[in-house]
Design a binder for this molecule. Structure first.
Ligand code: ADP
Length: 403
């Protein structure tokens, strides 16, 4: 079965076509600037990428282009759209309703819509993609895979904010956590790497990309995670502040004459590495500036590392120990410097890094020395593969039920 995985934003969409259960990627692509005359469609493999600029006015049109490209004579990888047996959508917020992936129905869509208040930038865009796909491939079952679902195992004392309880009862104000599909995938790779079942392991998973989150995973279940009701809470990120004193909001708004929307925009888009360095939220750019002696880039990177390390310490305390520390996503997979800095202050836990494995190895691997009390791993994340697996499994289940 071919499974099309979609990640729809408000003006962009990413896609990847998998052959399942072989788990091979047949092709992938991205369309940006949807809604404009000069939308850009890039597709193909890393070695052979094609690019096309043309007017694409909405998501339905964009998805029609995707299907046309997948089946085209020149660049196509399938002979007809009928080969697509399932579509898997990344959906950001599943609230308390979804603790696992589900086949999309009118009721599921209604729940996703209802959760838009919790993720106003993401859920409406995810829904746009779902509804457009229903029009483009009306007979293909679609599956929603939620970023929040993996964290639904958090106990109440970890997910509640110490606020009047009525806010939770009335409005579901609580911590949800994100990047769940990535943390779940990485945790699923741990047993093969460390030769130990997840049921006996305490794992701390660090997803360090543009967004950053740290998750405590005990016996394969998320018991705490650094992002909260929204992806703004937790560690410092590329452009997001992470944890702050809630009282500073009013102070800054009054002193700077900001509206609440302006403050929210500052915290999400102009803070973090970008806010401190004044240069960029992109770690590669920060590292380049730091290497050239930029004081603010050096400070930004030191704060970034420190705030991630603090969460690791907190989660070691939360679980009364840690057996595996794993790093994933753009920075986690590619910055030996950040990993080395974080690990250098965890020696009190018996952690010892293998310098060569950290600096020179590639791909999925252990980077701690054999004597280390904690196994440290690098695991390239594969959220799309996880979505393809869930979509495939659910649709196979549907077909069995129909038989
Ligand atoms: P997203 O969260 O958008 O999926 P990624 O997981 O791709 O993002 O991570 C993007 C981040 O990874 C950027 O800050 C980028 O600079 C960083 N990154 C990518 N390659 C490297 C590298 N070789 N060294 C350090 N950082 C890197």
């Amino acid at each position: 079965m071919k499974v099309l995985v979609l990640n729809c934003g408000s003006s962009s969409l990413k896609y990847r076509l998998f052959a399942m259960p072989e788990e091979s990627v047949l092709t992938k692509g991205v369309i940006e600037k949807i809604g404009t005359e000069d939308a850009i469609h890039r597709y193909g493999t890393e070695s052979e990428e094609s690019s096309l600029t043309e007017p694409i006015y909405d998501h339905r049109e964009a998805l029609s282009r995707v299907v046309a490209t997948l089946t085209s004579k020149q660049a196509g990888v399938i002979s007809s759209a009928q080969e697509i047996g399932a579509v898997g959508h990344r959906v950001v917020h599943g609230g308390e309703v979804f603790s696992s992936s589900v086949v999309l129905t009118a009721e599921v869509k209604e729940s996703i819509r209802a959760m838009s208040a919790l993720a106003p930038l993401h859920n409406p865009a995810n829904l746009l993609g779902i509804e457009a796909m229903e029009e483009v491939l009306p007979n293909v079952p679609q599956v929603a895979v939620f970023d929040t679902a993996f964290h639904q195992t958090m106990p109440q004392e970890h997910y509640l904010y110490p606020l009047p309880f009525v806010l939770y009862q009335r409005h579901k104000v609580r911590r949800y956590g994100f990047h769940g599909t990535s943390h779940r995938y990485c945790a699923s790779r741990v047993p093969a790497l460390v030769k130990h079942d997840l049921s006996g392991l305490k794992v701390i998973s660090c997803h360090i990309g543009n967004g950053v989150s740290v998750t405590a995973i005990e016996r394969g279940r998320s018991i705490d995670t650094s992002m909260g009701m929204t992806p703004l809470e937790g560690v410092m990120m590329g452009t997001r502040s992470g944890d702050l004193d809630p009282s500073l909001h009013q102070f800054v708004m009054e002193r700077e004459g900001l509206s609440f929307d302006e403050l929210a925009s500052m915290l999400n888009k102009h803070s973090g590495l970008y806010g401190i360095s004044g240069i960029s939220g992109d770690v590669r750019t920060i590292l380049e500036a730091r290497a050239k002696g930029s004081i603010r880039a050096t400070l930004a990177f030191a704060m970034y590392e420190y705030r991630i390390r603090k969460y690791i310490g907190a989660y070691a305390a939360a679980m009364n120990g840690v057996d595996v520390l794993l790093f994933t996503a753009g920075v986690g997979e590619n910055s030996p410097l950040l990993r080395a800095l974080i690990c250098s202050n965890l020696t009190y836990l018996g952690l010892a890094l293998d310098r060569e494995a950290n600096e020179q190895g590639t791909g999925e691997r252990i980077i701690s020395s054999p004597a280390s009390a904690i196994k440290v791993c690098v695991i390239p994340t594969a959220e799309e593969l996880m979505i393809a697996r869930d979509a495939h499994a659910l649709v196979i289940g549907l077909q069995r039920d129909e038989e």
